[in-house]
Design a protein around this ligand. Structure first.
Ligand SMILES: [Zn+2]
Length: 381
């Protein structure tokens, strides 16, 4: 906020008549209001958001344009060149965002919804999918005489707003997004294999592979892959090599060395201001690559990571880990029809993270929505 606020105040403060407090106040209120509107989809992910926030979030695609009348009034009310520059820039950015969303929407393709996706949708909609789609403004749902289809994202378009649908409405991750998650996972795993980097499917990804017959969890939001490096300095080489490979595919990568985390995104960086933040809030196709290291903890050889994960125990060094022989040397598991790397004892690994993993837990889904999910055999309760 400070990064944005200070230059804005500087621009608005430049006036032939000296510092204009009215212009600064209008600018601050305008920008804060706009950022609040943009942030509404993410606020709905918090526990029990106020009703009006959910209402605003439903209009996320074009909500930025709503402030146009306010901008026009401010333009004429306060004749400050700096303020006018801010107003004009904000409205151009919002218009560009809106047009881009419309453009990519037209490049999407229809997929009939079947099986568990349809059952989960029908359950949440209490039988009336059309009314449900209208109420929650699920623009991706398309109705034909006998079929309900999903106007899905393509690799070139932005991902569907999956967080809102899964967390807020309790329906499955759109099939298109799951397909792209799977493809991205296989691409990253293939690179790690080629480079001889020891890795394995982690968390929900491994859970899907083991429990859901080699499939992605129906409400999955990302892919988890763990890896170890023989030496710390190999990190930079991995980041550079993976970065080159991803760039060739038009993919984006971010790294957080202090957490041993590499995030790979399906969406290439775009010149639209704030597009990265917005996509994160609304849904994305992402692989989290998490660095583990082999260490000794309380006289036992362990594999540990820096950030917590499920029920993994604290290690002597302050990390989170499990016995080395549960993980290494890796075995394989079938995932999306391919053999991918898995912990040596995937069953024990999943028990360390989730306990009794045979029972389905919709960890990040709204509790009310979980209650309404129909008992689908494949979801196991
Ligand atoms: Zn999608």
């Amino acid at each position: 906020m400070a990064l944005l606020g200070i230059p804005l105040l500087a621009v608005v403060s430049i006036s032939p008549d000296g510092v204009e407090l009215a212009a600064i106040a209008v600018c601050a209120i305008f920008v804060a209001g706009l950022l609040f509107l943009i942030a509404t989809p993410s606020i709905t992910l918090l526990a029990s958001p106020p009703g009006f926030i959910s209402t605003l979030a439903k209009h996320a695609d074009h909500i930025g344009l709503w402030v146009l009348p306010v901008a026009v009034v401010a333009w004429f009310a306060v004749a400050n060149p700096g303020l006018r520059a801010v107003l004009l820039t904000a409205m151009v950015v919002e218009l560009a965002w809106y047009l881009r969303r419309r453009h990519v929407f037209h490049r999407r393709r229809l997929r009939p919804l079947g099986g568990r996706d349809f059952a989960a949708l029908e359950g949440q909609a209490e039988g009336n999918i059309k009314a449900f789609a209208r109420k929650h403004r699920i623009g991706e749902l398309v109705f034909a005489e006998k079929t309900v289809s999903w106007h899905g994202c393509t690799k070139e378009s932005a991902a569907c707003p999956g967080y809102f649908y899964v967390t807020g409405l309790g329906i499955n991750t759109p099939p298109c997004c799951r397909e792209h998650l799977g493809a991205l996972c296989l691409l990253v795993a293939e690179y790690l294999s080629e480079e001889g980097i020891v890795h394995w499917m982690d968390g929900g990804t491994l859970l899907g592979a083991v429990r859901e017959g080699g499939d992605i969890l129906a409400w999955e939001d990302d892919v988890d892959i763990a890896f170890v490096l023989e030496e710390e300095q190999l990190w930079d080489g991995l980041v550079a090599g993976l970065g080159r490979r991803l760039a060739g595919e038009g993919l984006l990568m971010t790294t957080t060395r202090s957490h041993g985390l590499i995030c790979v995104f399906n969406e290439a960086p775009r010149p639209w201001p704030l597009s990265y933040e917005r996509n994160r809030l609304r849904g994305e196709v992402r692989v989290d690559l998490v660095l583990y290291r082999v260490a000794s903890s309380n006289g036992q050889s362990v594999v540990e990571r820096m950030s917590p994960k499920g029920a993994l125990e604290r290690t002597e060094s302050g990390g989170y880990g499990l016995p080395r022989d549960v993980v290494l040397p890796p075995s394989t598991v079938t995932f999306l029809g391919k053999e991918v790397s898995a912990p040596r004892d995937a069953d024990a690994y999943l028990r360390h993270i989730y306990g009794d993993y045979a029972k389905t837990r919709y960890t990040y889904m709204d509790a009310q929505q979980v209650k309404r999910r129909p008992p689908i055999e494949a979801d196991r309760g």
